[in-house]
Ligand binder design. Structure first.
Ligand code: LRH
Ligand code: MN
Length: 395
C-alpha cells in the first residue's frame, strides 16, 4: 500500500456515506415465516437508536431511510417528533419511502390500478410523503411500485404505462427546492407475469416523463441473474439519470442478503464505474447510497455494521484503481493490462488503511467488536425482549 493509495482511500471514505433502512432493524421475514429477534426495533425511536449505534461506530451512515406506513403513519404531522428523535440519536431522516403495496386497495395496483379512485388514493399517499419529506428536511422520495399482473392478458400494459406517466407527473409537480423523486425498478415479485416498472429503461423513460427532478434508483437485487448491473450504472451516469442505490446481495432473486456476502466483486465494479465517471468528467455524481436488506437470520444491528464496513472496504478498493493507466490500457485494447488493474485494486488489503482512517477520526478500529463490547445489545434485549411476536407482513 503506497502512501498515495492510503491517501486516496482516506479521501474516498471522507466522502462516503450510506443510508440505513429503518426496516432493516425490525423483525422481517419471508412468505414462509418470520423469526422474531427479541432485540429487534419496532418503534421509530428504537430504529433511530439502533441507527445511532451504527453511525457512532462507523462514522458513515448519518441518515435513516423511513418507510411511510411503518414509520410516519401521521405523515407530515409526525415531522416534529421525528426531528426530535433525529437530534436525540444523531442521525438525520433520510429518504421517504411511500408504501403503495400493503393496503388492500392496491390488490390490482396503485398508480397503475384500473380503478381511478385507487389511483387517486395512491397519488394522495405520495403527496403526503412529499409533505412529510419537507417536514423532516429529507430530499428524496423513493418510489417502488409492486404494480403488475400474474397472468397474460389480464392487464393493459400500455394503458397502465400512461397512468404511471400521469401519476409521476402529478407527484413531480409537488416537489420544490432540491427535492427529488427516485424511481425504483424491479423485474418481478410480487407480480409474476408483468411488473409495470420492470427494468432500468422503463424507469428512465418514466423518470424523464415525470420531470427534471426525477431520477432512477438501482436496487442491486432487482436484476435477472446474467444482467450486467455496472453497465446499467454506466448508462444511467452517462444519461445523468442515476439518483441512487439500494444495496444488498443475492444468490438467486431479490434475496436482500447482506452486501458483499455473495458477490463482493459486483459492488466493487459498480463503485469503479462511478469513480471512473467522476475521474473522466471531473463531476461529482449526485447519488444516494442506501442499504435495503432484510436480516432474517443475522442479528440486525450486527448485520448492518457488517454491511457498512463491507461497503467502506469495497469503496476503498475502487478508489485505488489506477484510472489513468486503465484509460491508457483501454485505449490500446490491452485486455490483460486493463483487467489486472481492476483485480490488483480488488485484491488489495485495504483494512490497515481503513483502520488508520477510523483511528484518526476517534472511531473504533473494528466497529463490530466495539459493538459487541458495548453492552448495547444486552441492554435493548432486556428492554424490548418481553414483547410478543409483532404483527405486520414485512416490517
Ligand atoms: C422492494 C424493495 C423496495 C422497498 C422494499 C422494502 O423489493 O426493494 O425498495 O420499499 O424492498
Ligand atoms: Mn429496494
Amino acid at each position: 500500500m503506497t502512501s498515495d493509495q492510503a491517501g486516496r482511500i482516506h479521501r474516498a471514505l471522507d466522502g462516503f456515506a450510506i443510508e440505513l433502512p429503518s426496516w432493516g432493524f425490525a423483525n422481517t421475514g419471508t412468505r414462509f415465516g418470520k423469526f422474531v429477534q427479541p432485540a429487534a426495533a419496532s418503534t421509530l425511536e428504537e430504529k433511530f437508536s439502533d441507527a445511532g449505534q451504527v453511525h457512532s461506530l462507523t462514522g458513515a451512515c448519518p441518515t435513516l431511510a423511513l418507510h411511510a406506513a411503518w414509520d410516519l403513519p401521521g405523515g407530515a404531522a409526525d415531522g416534529p417528533a421525528t426531528l426530535a428523535l433525529s437530534r436525540k440519536f444523531g442521525v438525520r431522516p433520510g429518504s421517504i419511502n411511500p408504501n403503495l403495496f400493503e393496503a388492500q386497495c392496491y390488490k390490482f395496483g396503485s398508480f397503475g390500478n384500473p380503478d381511478e379512485t385507487v389511483r387517486a388514493a395512491a397519488h394522495a399517499h405520495v403527496a403526503d410523503c412529499i409533505a412529510a419529506a419537507r417536514a423532516v428536511g429529507s430530499r428524496d422520495v423513493s418510489l417502488w411500485f409492486a404494480d403488475g399482473s400474474n397472468y397474460p392478458g389480464t392487464a393493459n400494459i400500455r394503458q397502465r404505462r400512461d397512468w404511471f406517466v400521469d401519476g409521476l407527473r402529478r407527484s413531480h409537480a409537488l416537489l420544490s427546492g432540491d427535492e427529488r423523486l427516485l424511481v425504483e425498478y424491479k423485474p418481478f415479485e410480487p407480480a409474476f407475469y408483468h411488473t409495470d416498472i420492470a427494468d432500468w429503461g422503463m424507469a428512465l423513460l418514466l423518470a424523464r416523463a415525470a420531470g427534471p427532478r426525477a431520477r432512477v434508483l438501482v436496487d442491486t437485487g432487482h436484476h435477472y441473474q446474467s444482467q450486467n448491473i455496472e453497465q446499467i450504472v454506466a448508462w444511467l451516469l452517462a444519461e445523468g439519470m442515476l439518483g441512487g442505490f439500494h444495496f444488498n446481495d443475492r444468490r438467486y432473486a431479490d434475496d436482500d442478503l447482506t452486501l458483499g456476502s455473495i458477490d463482493p466483486y459486483q459492488v466493487f465494479r459498480i463503485f469503479h464505474e462511478i469513480a471512473l465517471y467522476e475521474h473522466e468528467t471531473g463531476a461529482r455524481a449526485d447519488i444516494a447510497f442506501t442499504i435495503d436488506q432484510s436480516h432474517n437470520l443475522k442479528g440486525k444491528i450486527e448485520a448492518m455494521i457488517q454491511t457498512v464496513a463491507m461497503a467502506q472496504a469495497l469503496h476503498a478498493k475502487a478508489a485505488i484503481v489506477d484510472r489513468d493507466a486503465l484509460l491508457a490500457a483501454q485505449k490500446k485494447s490491452d485486455v490483460i493490462g486493463a483487467e489486472t488493474l481492476l483485480q490488483d485494486a480488488f485484491s488489495t488489503d485495504v483494512r490497515p488503511a481503513i483502520a488508520e482512517w477510523r483511528r484518526a477520526r476517534g472511531l473504533p478500529v473494528d466497529p463490530l467488536i466495539a459493538f459487541r463490547a458495548s453492552g448495547y445489545l444486552e441492554r435493548i434485549t432486556a428492554e424490548r425482549g418481553g414483547r410478543g411476536a409483532p404483527g405486520g407482513s414485512y416490517a
